[in-house]
Design a protein around this ligand. Structure first.
Ligand code: C5P
Length: 404
């Protein structure tokens, strides 16, 4: 979705300027055209040669550059942009933008653009928490600027605190989200579950499975990038929390069921990618179970079937990990659980999808249509699944014009 998008990346003069190199690189690798603008102060921290090489395009550093490919630079850059991103943004650029000052190429570009503007502040804690900066940011936010809040951690001053440039994944996730506004899931609420549930045996042990959560997270991010409001209900995973998504963390199948039921009435679609344990120990021991020569027998009971029992008007999508008779078993699950779609994968195949970044799936619908997809990155599988969900959603209710 970033492919062929034109992004102005504005870099201002802070120590986090070196991180902008990674942003430029990642955006370029996804196929975006990255036009870098550096302020005079940014040039003190990092060379334009770095960005010229990473983005493969000229870097703009001054207002009137006769050698530039752009005619009137700020106007051409502003017009061509799908989004303007300022990362890192110093207190100074934030103050200038809030005051409407246009004394450098970056400010002029921001003033001249009709594209959304995203700002990732990075500065010393006291500068960031200063009411002047807070007011300036609030003013920009009120004007529709998107602010990616800084993180807490090591600062150049040697102190720990709030003001570090946000994680690069969060900045790129926010860019994707902004560019995805108005996508085919705009105005929809998509609920996704992910990860393998943990069913406790005692305070330190649990039963789980090999699910990494990657498929569910890819679905949640893909839905976000198509304009949806997304709730991700996730069992424990080692994945970073995605930006722009309501994340609900759960442990057991029972907790996941409660979380799903809490949001189900507001959902347009529920996509259950989680690998929910089918059995759980009847009773988790209060204390850690001691090692004994006699071995250990666990008595197990079935967990609630979330997908099979949750009620509502949403489009219900299930996953089926099968080791034999893929299509027949998946079809049977679709029928039993009253699903609109089921996404099946053969876990005996080498590229079964567990833990990897790719998956080979077969999508089956209620009419029995079987669509076997090739091996694809999970993000692409997610988009293929959502393509199918979009056509099953009821048409959004159009608002009647008010009677005069
Ligand atoms: O029956 P099976 O566990 O194979 O079904 C898989 C599908 O059902 C998945 O979408 C999974 O998230 C969901 N499921 C559930 N509750 C369970 C077990 C599985 O919602 N207790």
């Amino acid at each position: 979705m970033l492919r062929n998008k034109t992004i102005v990346l504005g870099i201002t003069g802070g120590i986090a300027a070196y991180k902008a190199a990674e942003i430029a690189s990642q955006l370029t690798q996804t196929g975006a055209n990255v036009n870098v603008i550096m302020t005079e102060e940014a040039l003190q921290f990092i060379s334009p040669v770095t960005f010229r090489a990473l983005a493969g395009r000229p870097v703009v550093t001054e207002m009137f550059d006769l050698a530039s490919e752009f005619s009137i630079e700020h106007v051409s850059l502003a017009k061509a942009a799908d989004i303007v991103v300022i990362a890192p943004a110093t207190a100074n650029i934030i103050a200038k933008l809030a005051a409407g000052i246009a004394d450098d190429i970056l400010c002029c570009t921001v003033l001249a653009t009709e594209a959304p503007v995203l700002i990732a502040p990075a500065m010393e804690t006291n500068m960031y928490t200063n009411p002047i900066t807070r007011d300036n940011l609030a003013k920009l936010k009120a004007r529709g600027f998107v602010i990616v809040d800084p993180a807490t951690g090591w600062l150049a001053s040697g102190r720990e605190g709030l003001g570090r440039l946000a994680d690069i994944n969060d900045i790129i996730g926010s860019i994707r989200q902004v560019l995805g506004r108005g996508g085919d899931l705009a105005g929809r609420h998509i609920v996704v579950t992910a990860g393998g549930s943990h069913e406790p045996i005692d305070p330190v042990r649990y039963i789980s499975n090999r699910s990494s959560g990657k498929m569910g997270y890819a679905l949640a991010e893909a839905a976000r990038d198509r304009g949806a409001k997304v709730t991700l209900i996730t069992a424990p995973t080692s994945l970073p929390e995605p930006v722009g998504i309501d994340v609900v963390k759960v442990g057991t199948a029972q907790e996941m069921r409660r979380a799903v039921e809490n949001v189900a009435s507001r959902a347009d679609a529920l996509v259950m990618a989680a690998a929910v344990a089918d059995y759980r120990p009847i009773k988790a021991a209060k204390d850690k179970i001691k090692k004994g020569k006699a071995g250990l027998t666990l008595r197990m009971e079935c967990t609630p079937d979330i997908l099979g029992t949750v009620k509502g008007k949403f489009v219900k999508v299930g996953f089926a990990a099968e080791s034999n008779n893929l299509v027949e078993n998946a079809r049977e699950k679709l029928r039993q659980k009253g699903l609109a779609l089921i996404v099946a994968n053969d876990i005996t195949a080498n590229d079964s999808g567990f833990g990897s970044d790719t998956n080979r799936v077969t999508i089956i619908d209620r009419k029995g249509k079987v669509d076997s997809l090739p091996l694809l990155p999970k993000r692409e599988v997610a988009d293929r699944v959502l393509d199918r969900v979009v056509v099953l959603l009821p048409k959004p209710r159009s608002r009647r014009p008010k009677k005069l």
